[in-house]
Design a protein around this ligand. Structure first.
Ligand code: 4FV
Length: 249
């Protein structure tokens, strides 16, 4: 999978591509990450990429010409690639979108800076506008890294067998169950006994209950997306009985 990232700070991606699962994916050739400096497509001695906003006001706007030239150059390399702009005005990024993007063989990310891009670039070249959250950042580079990091986890072979994306949080719009590792006792807290039992059916049941209760307590909105499974209904009924008993004491 090829990622072309249009930015005025291409160096920001060096560390991102040089560590962890992203580094392993790059070294194994499963992904190619190509940061491209928009300034290389800017005219004039100072290769200016921004200018004052029409209509006045504070801040600067990214000029259309260097962006158009950079996008056309990237599209000539990656003709099938969707052009994705990272912006607070975009649709909210989520696990499902990450999974869908992973089916693309190539993607072009446009990283804004300053107040944003000249709108005519969005109209003429942008296929998808993505927001990673309702807050304003200084640039689109970090959001591009967030999106790429989530996408590569769905590329076959990028995650080792030990950590498959299928049982991720949100894959079934459930938060993940609690995790434990050695030592068995820490801060006077024991690891739940069932996890040491070797009884995989009981462990699987415990993890289902842990994920469901965490989702009910922390992200009940996720449950609206998909109804409860039969095993989950049994867990809820069990807790309803317990709470009823508590309430009737
Ligand atoms: C952003 C977000 C974001 C806005 C102005 C870059 C900044 C600056 N991108 N999700 N939230 N972008 O804040 O994606 O150009």
């Amino acid at each position: 999978m090829r990622f072309c990232v249009l930015t005025i700070f291409p160096e920001m991606f060096d560390a991102f591509a040089g560590h962890g699962i992203m580094r392993r994916a790059v070294e194994s050739g499963k992904i190619r990450l190509e940061p491209v400096n928009i300034r290389d497509f800017a005219e004039g001695r100072h290769r200016v990429t921004d200018d004052r906003p029409y209509g006045g006001g504070s801040g600067m706007v990214m000029k259309p010409e260097p962006l158009a030239a950079a996008i056309q150059s990237a599209k000539s390399e990656l003709p099938e690639a969707p052009v994705v702009l990272l912006t607070p005005q975009g649709r909210r990024f989520d696990q499902e979108t990450a999974r869908q993007y992973a089916a693309c063989r190539e993607m072009i990310f446009v990283c804004g800076r300053y107040e944003g891009l000249d709108e005519r670039i969005c109209e003429a070249y942008v296929d998808d506008e993505i927001s990673i959250g309702d807050y304003v950042l200084t640039g689109g580079e970090l959001p591009a890294m967030v999106v790429m990091d989530a996408v590569i986890r769905h590329i076959p072979g990028v995650l080792g067998a030990e950590d498959a994306a299928e049982c991720d949080s949100f894959s079934a719009s459930r938060l993940e169950h609690a995790h434990y590792t050695r030592p068995g006792a820490f801060c006077q807290k024991e690891v739940p006994g069932v996890l040491l039992s070797g009884n995989h059916r009981a462990i699987e049941e415990w993890r289902r209950e842990s994920a469901l209760l965490r989702t009910i307590l922390r992200r009940p909105d996720l449950l609206e997306q998909t109804g409860l499974t039969e095993p989950e209904k049994k867990i809820v009924q069990k807790w309803c009985r317990r709470l009823e008993a508590l309430a009737s004491d």
